[in-house]
Each structure stands twice: as structure tokens, then as C-alpha cells.
Design a binder for this molecule. Structure first.
Ligand code: BDR
Ligand code: CA
Length: 321
């Protein structure tokens, strides 16, 4: 199986990613690190433990950065964001309180020690949140750029953002962190931006199908996705698919198992805007054929809904009680 560590800000879609990573027979989730994002850090960590408890997985959880590198804890009040961002979901998880406890409050230390260990030289780092923890780890231990064999992250939007016209949430919350990570020189970086995740929204019928699987993970995922659908005000998407919502973060995990879930991508130089007030946090692709900068990431532009659903079924349906 593909071994992975997940860095997340759980978050309804992070929770689906966690439960899918635990459940899929071809994946081995070794640890989870948490970071400020959808909700404040203590809530993120509690939500993460809840998601792991639902699927009965004793995976160690390390709590990390409580705020972005340079900016205030959260750039605008979360309540305000709720009303103006079609992709942002109120992220409290309606799951039973966590029974398990965090392994440490030293996620950055954990990432450094973990990836310096030769026994982990095949482990993929999957980041589905603001990149604060990963940037801190690369800053205190620059050698990590050669020790992390592969980074798969959800962030950015090539065609446009979800928090602002230009910026997607994960990159917007901590643009400096995102830039540090993308410019660090990690050799294999895959980005799943909104272009890919929004091309494969889940519908109410998909939730019914998850429910029918009957496992704790599938039933919990169906509840979380229905919650996302209820709060998704994107009319264009609803016109195309019926009531639906993207489940961004789990697509990163799907791409580990089935690279063919991504149907269109581009490999090129990529960075993040960190200074303009209008386009702060925007993912910037240099697609000029004559650019002299080396490519540093592969960016997914579209995904296959049937393959995504097949992945979720395999991942969430496997643990019947
Ligand atoms: C990303 O932001 C968060 O709200 C989600 O968990 C996802 O990681 C989507 O923009
Ligand atoms: Ca997330």
C-alpha cells in the first residue's frame, strides 16, 4: 500500500479524506498533523480525532500551528467568510466527541523527525489545509526538501478562487507558507486545485449510495457531504449536477490510489502571490512554452467523477461492522 501522512484542517472534506485514507486497502495512513484553517486549531484537532474514532483507527495525531506565519489568526472573521464564499463550509463536525487523545502538540517537530528517518523515504505527504506546518518544517529543516519524496496538496484555483476572485482558501489563509512550500524544491509536487475538485461534485444520490454501504465511515461521510450540499450556494453547479457540493480534500487521497482520477493536468513553474491586495494568495502558473524557469509542480485541471466515486466506495465501504 501507499504510505502517507496527512496534514489537515478538519473540516468536513478533510474528515472524508481521513476516513477514506484509513479505509482504503491500498493506503496506509501513518499519522495526521493538524493546522489552523477551517476552524481554530483546537477544534480542528478535536474534529480530526472524531473522524479517526468513527473508523476506529488509532492513528497518531500531532497538533501544529495555531495561526499563519505572518498574518493574523484568520484574515477576516470566519462568520463573514461563511456568507460570501460558495465553497467554504461551516466545519464543525456533527460526530460523537473524540475518545482518543493527541499524540503531541509538536506537529512541526514530528514532520521533521519523521521525514528525516530513512524508514520513511517512501511516504507521501498529503496537505489539505493552509501550508503553515509544512512551511515551518521546511524552514527549520531545509534538508526536508530532499527527504519528502512526494507532496500532494489541495490548493489554489487556476480559473479563479473561492474566497476572493483570485484566491482559494488554503493558499489565501497563509500565502507566505504556500510560497515557501512551492519554492522549496521538493522534487515531486502534485496540486489539486479547485479546477479539479469542483469538476467532481458529490450529489444527494451519491450520499444515498454511501449510506447504503452501511459502514460507519460511509454513513458519516454521507452526513458530512449532505451538510456541504445544504450549504453550497453555487447555482451554476446545481444547474449542471442537481444539488451537490465539491469534496475537495478527499480527491488528493483518491489521486494516490488512482492517478487516472485526474484526467487533465499541466506541469510547469508554479508560485503564489504574496503581496498584491487584490490577488493575495492566488496560485500562479507559468504556462509560457518559452519560460526558462524549471517546472516545480503538476497541477490537475480536471477529474473523472465515476473514478472518484469508485475510489470513495472502495475506501469507505470496506469496514463493515
Ligand atoms: C479547501 O478549503 C477548505 O475549506 C477545505 O477543507 C479545502 O481544503 C477548499 O478551498
Ligand atoms: Ca481542508
Amino acid at each position: 500500500p501507499t504510505r502517507l501522512v496527512l496534514d489537515c484542517d478538519t473540516g468536513t472534506d478533510d474528515a472524508v479524506a481521513i476516513m477514506a485514507a484509513v479505509g482504503h486497502p491500498d493506503l496506509d495512513l501513518l499519522a495526521v498533523t493538524t493546522v489552523n484553517g477551517n476552524v481554530p486549531l483546537p477544534r480542528v484537532t478535536e474534529n480530526t480525532l472524531r473522524a479517526l474514532d468513527v473508523v476506529g483507527a488509532p492513528v497518531p495525531v500531532h497538533a501544529g500551528a495555531p495561526r499563519p506565519l505572518l498574518r493574523p489568526d484568520f484574515p477576516i472573521p470566519r462568520d463573514e467568510l461563511n456568507g460570501r464564499d460558495p465553497d467554504f463550509q461551516p466545519a464543525s463536525l456533527d460526530l460523537p466527541p473524540a475518545r482518543s487523545r493527541v499524540a503531541s502538540h509538536e506537529a512541526v517537530r514530528f514532520l521533521v523527525d519523521f521525514f528525516r528517518d530513512d524508514a520513511h523515504d517512501d511516504v507521501t505527504l498529503v496537505a489539505t489545509a493552509p501550508l503553515t506546518n509544512v512551511a515551518l518544517a521546511l524552514s527549520v529543516a531545509p534538508d526536508l526538501r530532499d527527504r519528502i519524496p512526494r507532496l500532494v496538496l489541495m490548493g489554489g484555483g487556476v480559473a479563479g478562487g473561492n474566497v476572493t476572485a483570485a484566491a482559494e482558501f488554503n493558499l489565501w489563509v497563509d500565502p507566505e507558507a504556500a510560497r515557501i512550500v512551492l519554492e522549496a524544491g521538493i522534487r515531486d509536487v502534485t496540486i489539486l486545485p479547485l479546477d479539479a475538485t469542483q469538476s467532481v461534485p458529490l450529489t444527494l444520490a451519491d450520499c444515498d449510495a454511501l449510506d447504503a454501504l452501511g459502514t460507519p465511515g460511509a454513513v458519516a461521510a454521507a452526513r458530512l457531504v449532505r451538510h456541504r450540499i445544504e450549504h453550497d450556494p453555487d447555482e451554476e453547479r446545481a444547474a449542471a449536477f442537481g444539488p451537490c457540493a465539491p469534496v475537495h480534500d478527499a480527491l488528493c487521497v483518491a489521486a494516490l490510489v488512482d492517478p487516472g482520477v485526474v484526467t487533465e493536468s499541466v506541469t510547469c513553474p508554479v508560485t503564489v502571490e504574496t503581496s498584491s491586495d487584490r490577488t493575495l494568495g492566488a496560485l500562479l502558473l507559468d504556462r509560457r512554452s518559452w519560460t526558462t524557469d524549471p517546472p516545480n509542480a503538476t497541477v490537475a485541471l480536471r477529474a473523472d467523477r465515476d473514478r472518484y466515486l469508485a475510489f470513495l466506495t472502495d475506501a469507505l465501504g470496506g469496514r463493515a461492522v
